[in-house]
Design a protein around this ligand. Structure first.
Ligand code: HEC
Ligand code: HEC
Ligand code: HEC
Ligand code: HEC
Ligand code: HEC
Ligand code: HEC
Length: 256
């Protein structure tokens, strides 16, 4: 090994070594983690692709309020909402025809469109906050980050039983394989990827092939910097699923 490369590698290894002798809390300071909103706002969004342009306030949408009742696949596979705010062409016309929000907000499953404009078009990202208090007192498993709810445990314990579809059932076959994602630098405790915890909520097509292309073996391009920019695991683990601050949940080998 050329002297310079060797030296550089030694320095890098020393740096990471030092980092992981310290607590994961100090390791997290090494990364530029996005700031977290209060628990009751984690996963809340304001949809404003066309609203203010058309004289109404942005539509408020809360993930925790909806995922108690529905898995991700209902909205992100069956009803075809994209996993990026303001990219789906939701219109009031389509809503009233029973598409998008209107698949449920039809006066049967949930409140209807007519007469309830302000329940959605209120521009208030904290809307429904008072419900969080009631909800967070339920026997949910608690975590320290994001909305503070351990959704994996909540499903396992049967505290919630979200519906998997509104009209069409998923054709996906179960796939439970647990993967160990080794990093390029093998001194970093690897990240785990449990398929089971994901397929409980998501269809294969939420990840394959766009986010993770198995054939191209994109894993070697994983790194925290890409993830923190919203790629790979960062598609979900920044905004909606437990956030990146929870190092140990992905890297069980990291010391507390
Ligand atoms: C009841 C419907 C519904 C459910 C259930 C749902 N979502 Fe969403 N999600 C939406 C809508 C609507 C948007 C915004 C789409 C748009 O504006 O184009 C969104 C956006 C997102 C975004 C992008 C957020 C941002 O700030 O850009 C992510 C990530 C996401 N969802 C992940 C999930 C995950 C993971 C689950 C399951 C745990 C889930 N969603 C469950 C409706 C839902
Ligand atoms: C269940 C939630 C919900 C309800 C109730 C609702 N809307 Fe909307 N509406 C939306 C969403 C989401 C969009 C897409 C917003 C965007 O992308 O900016 C939208 C879009 C719109 C737009 C933008 C232009 C267009 O035609 O798409 C207007 C105007 C609008 N709604 C008016 C209304 C009025 C008036 C009412 C009451 C009679 C109403 N909406 C009720 C969710 C709702
Ligand atoms: C898969 C079904 C489903 C879809 C799709 C859905 N919702 Fe809901 N939503 C519900 C249910 C069920 C409730 C709770 C029951 C109720 O309040 O009538 C709810 C509650 C809400 C609330 C809380 C109202 C309150 O007074 O606390 C808002 C706001 C809301 N939805 C907005 C939206 C918007 C905006 C969209 C589309 C972007 C959307 N929802 C799509 C099922 C859905
Ligand atoms: C939340 C995202 C996500 C979902 C949902 C998901 N996968 Fe994966 N899958 C991954 C990741 C990450 C990898 C590893 C990718 C890599 O190595 O490049 C992977 C790898 C795989 C592999 C290769 C396994 C190996 O040993 O290398 C197969 C096969 C696979 N997935 C099938 C499925 C099937 C079938 C479903 C639906 C039942 C599914 N996946 C759902 C993220 C997902
Ligand atoms: C949602 C899962 C997830 C969370 C949470 C997470 N990581 Fe990672 N991390 C990964 C994946 C996947 C990789 C790439 C494969 C590997 O190295 O195991 C990675 C790679 C790394 C690497 C290798 C070098 C690099 O930059 O890619 C380090 C160091 C690291 N993570 C530290 C942390 C720390 C510290 C935290 C908490 C602040 C954290 N991770 C939180 C999934 C996660
Ligand atoms: C398409 C969305 C999505 C993507 C992409 C994704 N996840 Fe997840 N992940 C979830 C959801 C939803 C859960 C359920 C827990 C929650 O919502 O907080 C989850 C749960 C997990 C769990 C289970 C934790 C436990 O307590 O059992 C681990 C570990 C995890 N994810 C790691 C990863 C890693 C590593 C990657 C990237 C290789 C990744 N995830 C990519 C959505 C996603």
């Amino acid at each position: 090994m050329p002297y310079k490369t060797g030296l550089r590698l030694t320095i890098v290894i020393m740096m990471w070594g030092l980092l992981f002798c310290l607590s994961s809390a100090s390791a997290s300071e090494f990364f530029d983690l996005p700031p977290l909103p209060p628990a009751e706002e984690y996963g809340n969004i304001l949809i404003n692709r066309t609203s203010t342009k058309n004289g109404v306030k942005p539509a408020t949408f809360s993930h925790w309020q909806h995922r108690i009742k529905y898995t991700c696949r209902v909205c992100h596979s069956e009803l075809e909402f994209n996993m990026k705010v303001n990219t789906t062409e939701i219109t009031e016309f389509a809503n009233r025809k029973g598409k998008y929000c209107g698949a449920c907000h039809n006066g049967k499953t949930a409140f209807r469109h007519n007469g309830n404009c302000d329940k959605c078009h209120n521009g208030d990202i904290t809307y429904g906050k008072q419900k969080f208090d009631i909800f967070s007192k339920l026997p949910f498993a608690r975590t320290s980050y994001g909305d503070g709810i351990n959704w994996v445990e909540s499903l396992k314990l049967g505290v919630i039983s979200p519906a998997h579809y509104v009209k069409t059932k998923s054709q996906d076959l179960p796939f439970d394989k647990m993967l160990i994602l080794d990093s390029e630098m093998n001194i970093i405790p690897p990240s785990i990827f449990p398929h089971k915890a994901h397929t409980a909520w998501l269809d294969c097509d939420s990840c394959h092939p766009d986010v993770f292309n198995i054939k191209k073996k994109t894993t070697k391009f994983f790194s925290m910097s890409y993830i923190l920019k919203g790629q790979f695991c960062g598609v979900c683990h920044i905004n909606v699923a437990f956030p990146m601050n929870d190092c140990k949940r992905c890297h069980p080998g990291i010391k507390e």
